[in-house]
Ligand binder design. Structure first.
Ligand code: EPZ
Length: 419
């Protein structure tokens, strides 16, 4: 299993171009199934989750080639309409393929996506939305079998603004006959990026980024080229890393408006942040102040995916900071590892109380999930001595070349595989 070895204490300095967004490229790869021809995606990050999504596309019959950040998909011939267990297990968010396969083939069979490290990952909102659009769904032998002779546009109200359920409803509605109005839709920037891809392919869709998305379905989708938006969570991670370790970071190719919740928190903690059009600069002494309570929530609230790295940046702050995790049950698994490094964090259900300590000390720690693993890297950068992070493959699911990126900023980070 992969390991990252970090010698902490270096001040970080430099600029980096933010990679393409994992949580945008995944639904857009699924959406490419709806194009009966070629899609060219630019600025795709090199991630394990992208590899898993490409494996699913190839299994379904798509021709997929990669050239650096360009992914070329030819979906002219879809020969299968199921995703087998071994491919579903590679990536929990594979459920996002459901609406697209159903829309293209009239049937989709997926093995039930298990939970993940973050806790149970129910898909009731996805299935409810597809039923409203005319799908018949049965669960049998660990599989979800969806059939729809004809998907028909309808009013789809989401009980909660689920990102994945919004995306699945959009992808099914594009193939439905008539108008679909999705209400209480998720408003994340990745939903807007998906809409931009679909519009470029000829879909009649508007409203993404607001709670109401309207789709006139049934049109033919034509070949499309689309550039994936920058990854706001990766940006938040590197900003937190430099805030905690101390130094200066310039982020290029970022949408500052996508990370406002995070930059507001880092400014309150004492970082100097300047914003230009698609560029953002952070300066930090490394010694931060405690900040007012951070509550995670659907966009534009504070993103749950950025909670681990911001919480970590607070562990040496003067004072106490309270975090409330409102999205996932098991988002705090990395806290135990931070305690091994000397952090003072009390957990009570969804609440974490972080009391600043003078110093963190490097230790042997283990990544339990993607964002928790990234938080351990942030901690190691601001800790005295050496930290070895095992199960580092969790981190590779979402961060393209994290060791090289941090090394270029002056961090002492080395990837070592298990001996
Ligand atoms: C997306 O997951 C992201 N993944 C997650 O990022 C992100 O944390 C999450 O949105 C919230 O922003 C991708 O985009 C691939 P949800 P998703 O449906 O769509 C409950 C990362 O680290 N829920 O908005 O699965 C669910 O249990 C990943 O990059 C239901 O109850 O998130 C959770 O508590 C982690 N029933 C809440 O809603 C459903 O049918 C939000 O989930 C669906 C969700």
């Amino acid at each position: 299993m992969g390991k990252l070895k970090v010698c902490g204490g270096n001040t970080l300095r430099g600029s980096l171009r933010v990679q393409g967004a994992k949580n945008s490229v995944l639904p857009i790869l699924a959406a490419s199934i709806l194009v009966r021809g070629e899609s060219l995606l630019r600025n795709c990050p090199n991630l394990k989750d992208v590899d898993a999504a490409i494996a699913i596309l190839r299994y379904l019959g798509c021709q997929v080639t990669r050239d650096e950040g360009d992914v070329h998909i030819d979906s002219a011939a879809i020969v299968r309409r199921d995703i087998p267990d071994e491919l579903m297990r590679e990536m929990r968010s594979s459920v996002i393929f459901l609406g697209a396969i159903l829309g293209r083939c009239g049937e989709a069979v997926l093995s039930m996506p298990g939970g993940c490290e973050l806790g149970p990952r129910p898909i009731n909102l996805h299935l409810d939305a597809l039923r409203v659009l005319g799908a018949e769904i049965e669960e049998h032998g660990g599989n979800i079998i969806c059939r729809a002779e004809r998907l028909v546009g309808a009013s789809v109200h989401l009980a909660s603004p689920s990102v994945g359920a919004t995306e699945n409803a959009m992808l099914a509605a594009v193939s439905a006959v008539g108008e679909t109005i999705i209400t209480n839709a998720a408003r994340e920037p990745e939903i807007v990026d998906l809409q931009n891809f679909l519009k470029a392919a000829g879909a009649r869709i508007h409203g993404a980024g607001t709670p109401t998305i309207t789709i006139q379905g049934g049109g033919m989708m034509r070949p499309v080229t689309h550039r994936i938006m920058p990854d706001r969570i990766v940006a938040a991670t590197y900003l937190s890393a430099v805030a905690f370790a101390g130094g200066r970071l310039e982020l290029e190719d970022i949408v500052p408006g996508h990370v406002t919740a995070v930059t507001d928190a880092l400014r309150a903690a004492g970082c100097e942040i300047t914003v230009r059009e698609d560029n953002l600069q952070l300066v930090s002494t490394g010694r931060l102040r405690a900040i007012s309570p951070v509550m995670t929530g659907p966009y534009p609230g504070f993103p749950t995916d950025a909670q681990p790295c911001l919480l970590t940046a607070c562990v040496k702050s003067k004072g106490t900071t309270v975090f409330m995790e409102n999205i996932f049950q098991n988002r705090y698994r990395y806290v135990e590892e931070l305690r091994r490094m000397g952090a003072d964090i009390k957990l009570e259900g969804r609440v974490a109380v972080v009391t600043g300590v003078e110093r963190l000390t490097g230790a042997a720690v283990s990544a339990a999930d993607l964002r928790g693993g990234a938080a351990l890297v942030v901690a190691a950068l601001g800790a005295a001595g050496e930290t070895v992070i095992s199960e580092a493959e969790h981190i590779d699911r979402g961060y393209d070349g994290i060791a090289e990126t941090l090394g270029a900023l002056g961090a002492d980070v080395e990837r070592t595989d298990d001996v």
